[in-house]
Structure formats: C-alpha cells, structure tokens
Design a protein around this ligand. Sequence first.
Ligand code: FES
Ligand code: FES
Length: 191
Amino acid sequence: MGRRRFLVVSTAAVGLPLPASGSASGSSPGLAPAGAGTTSTVGLTVNGERRSAEVDNRTSLLDLLREHLGLPGTKKGCDQGACGACTVLVNDRRVNSCLTFAVMHDGARVTTIEGLAHGGRLHPLQQAFIDHDGLQCGYCTPGQIVSGVACIAEGHARSREEIREWMSGNLCRCGAYTNIVTAIEQTAKGV
Ligand code: FES
Ligand code: FES
C-alpha cells in the first residue's frame, strides 16, 4: 500500500480529514502543513511523567515526541514504517511511532529510549550494546534497543534465530546485526 493510500485509509478509519498532498513542514513533517486541520490536546504518560501538548490532529506520535515534547532520542528514518528507527513502547507494546497519529494514544503510557535508564544506570540492554559493539553510526540504535527490550519481555529472545526473526522490523544500514543479536541474546540470558 502506497503512502498516500495508507493515509487515506487510516485517516478515514479514525474520522480525520485527509492530509494535503505534497511536502509538509512544521509540527507534522510529511503529513500536513503546519496549522492545517483541527487541533487536539493529547495527554500521555511519557517515561513515567504526565505530558500534554496541543497538536494538529495529523501529527504523528513520532513528531509529538520529537517536536512537541523535546524527546529527540527516538529517530526518524524512513517516516513510512519501513525501518523501525522510530520504535517506542505504547502500553509496553512495540509501535512504529511514525505510522500512528498522536491523537490515537491520548491517555496511553509511552516509553522512549530516554526512559530506559534509571538512577544514572543504563538499562542492561543499553550497556550490552556498548559492551558488544552493537552500533556503528548509532542512528538505528534507539529503535533497536527499545525493540530489543520488548523482544526480551515478549519471550522472543530464546535463540539467535528467534531474535533475528522478532527484530526483523528494525533495519541497520551499517549492518551491525551480528553484534545487535549478541547484545540482546546476552541480556536475555542475564549475562
Ligand atoms: S521512521 Fe518509522 S519505521 Fe522508519
Ligand atoms: S548503527 Fe548505523 S544504521 Fe545501525
């Protein structure tokens, strides 16, 4: 399904107006021109903290986090659901935040890469990425780590093959896959 067709279907499904054609700017890059359409107040618990923002209804969850809530750790890679760089947890489930509207998650609990470390200590998977060189340029890394945390919690990290399968939505242009799998495997084992 093409990008525009996806937007037609998804906006119709939630009763939102169709985004304008062409490029966009402002609070909702890639979706609609700034100021177009109706706005809503979206309230979320992000990394344990209550946050809210007034956004255009067509603002993606990714843009809400990055542009409105000051959380740029979640990366925008493809902005069309193909790379996993924008992965966050919504109520503990992995979501490509570029592909979903912020207004659909009013009241939700969101965890981003900024929310994984506690008390000055990295999450064990963050430390494992460092220990096993699970990154090169680092652009895919926040999405890889957030997705890896969920992969372990889901019980989908019992073998390297299983990790590869359940992490297949997270692409790495640098090809750091072997070390990414090792980091997840070792964290799942509690090593
Ligand atoms: S930026 Fe969301 S999947 Fe690529
Ligand atoms: S470390 Fe560069 S894209 Fe993954």
